[in-house]
Write a protein that binds this ligand. Sequence first.
Ligand code: AMP
Length: 575
Amino acid sequence: MRPLAEVLEAVSGTTSKLQKIDLLAAYLQSLSDGELQIACTYLTGSPFPAGDGRALNVGWSAIADALLDVAGASWADLDSSYLTHGDLGSVAAELLTRKVRAPLFPTPLTLTTVNEIFSRLAASAGKGSRQIKLEAMRSLFENADPLEAKYLVRIITSDMRVGLKEGLLEEAVAKAFGRSLDDVRRANMLISDIGAVAVLARHGRLGEARLQLFRPFRFMLADPIFTPAEAFEPVRGDSDGGGPPEALLVEDKYDGVRAQAHYDGTRLAIFSRTLDEITPSFPELHGDLRALAGRYILDGEIVAWRDGRAIPFTQLQQRLRRKDPSELIAEVPVMLFAFDLLHVDGEDVLDVPLADRQRRLRALRLGASVQQANSTVATTPQDLEVRFREARDRGNEGLVIKRPESRYQPGKRGRQWMKLKEELATLDVVVVAAEQGHGKRAGVLSDVTFAVRNGETLAPIGKAYSGLTDAEIASLTEWFRAHTVVDRGRVKLVEPKIVLEVAFDAITRSPRHPSGYALRFPRIKRIRDDKTPDEINTLEDVARIYEHQGSSRGGSSPKLIASRGRGQIKHDQIQ
Ligand code: AMP
């Protein structure tokens, strides 16, 4: 664990991308295959590979309790250290410099022992699990030196903050083992496990990477566009090419839950956009999905649907929150609208042009609850305007417009797919603080301050009081209380994890918020459980909408829903 912590410290100490890659490559070369697999996962700031399905479920308070115990420190020490560092990893490093509990026979922490402890943590659930987790955390802190503890905590909280994106690690793997970056990227797209990719790279076996049934991979995403005309503009700098398209495939933008279904003739699994398994939530889809074909992976959207129209997303959300969906099945019926086919009967078809993939999808035995997404061809912006209105009339959000020749590129957001949403602009933001409400909301944390991303920092941009139901406020209040990082009485700074979609009437310039912008009449449209804080909108998106609203005032064409970038959020760097 010490060499990993040292390399992470060195990587965070330089802004030179080349130097970061060199440091990482040298470190990766020094590891055995088993260590390489684990180290790469930890370097991405996660305890388990994406799509692995396991989660540690170790909360902030369990980490803090174990830390205070081993360091012999008080909550006041923790608060003041947090206010200085703004990061629980650095707090751990600071407090553990004066450790009071050390084991009689310390065991040096190796990557393998940490991996075993993480597996145990993930496996413990139910009654008594908090005690098990606390013990495991204590033993980690007892055996860790301060630098190791700093990075252990950051891995446990999935918040690495050293300016190490997965793309950079792919470059380091390519460099370490003398392989082409394209081959490394391609393999990682297919198996979503950079550790396994690194081992393949070392042995010259990257070509063997294949999609694996029941190993979910990232979804292809769409870039926002402002107007129908933009869809027909050429795309610059896209490896998949992009002259002005003569024809585009146009689908309704369904407002539901993105789903990747895997089936091998026996087992069926449905994965969400966060790569979590959601199969039990949708029992009524199972029969039709099993009848579709022998073996396949398909991509689509699960929507609450009745009599040919979408039912508001909030009702689907209610179903998702229930452990047992059975009572709501009749009330909130769902459909799966399939729009892509990625694997069928032993063959990966990601590189087949979209128009052909859709043809192959149509040839499957689509059933009552699994339908092909409404897809047509548009050759002019006027076609798109008509289609946009039709999609809105069906209760859908807008359009997703796709280039017919496009490959399926997992995890990619680009102009091969474009989204044109509703007229009202919305932003995806993360909650950074919650405050007690007034009147009947005096007992709950109903007023939230939220931020967009600005590089590696968070920039607060507004406060919202309305839009959530009482039940949602109650459950968020509980979450905020359990994830408060600094308690200022009425106001609590909370872990930046809850993503909200907020609607507003306009963006204004404002010296009041450090972001330099404010939202006029912000209201919460919904909680975005399906999005992580690194998917929220950026300050650049806000500037883009701000500029655009000026130029299009009075126009009737659909407006932007801004794009999202990637990258880890740091709570301490809230501006
Ligand atoms: P947003 O949630 O605004 O980032 O929009 C992107 C999401 O639109 C995707 O992740 C899908 O869940 C959803 N979506 C709805 N309909 C489609 C479609 N026909 N093709 C692709 N994505 C779609």
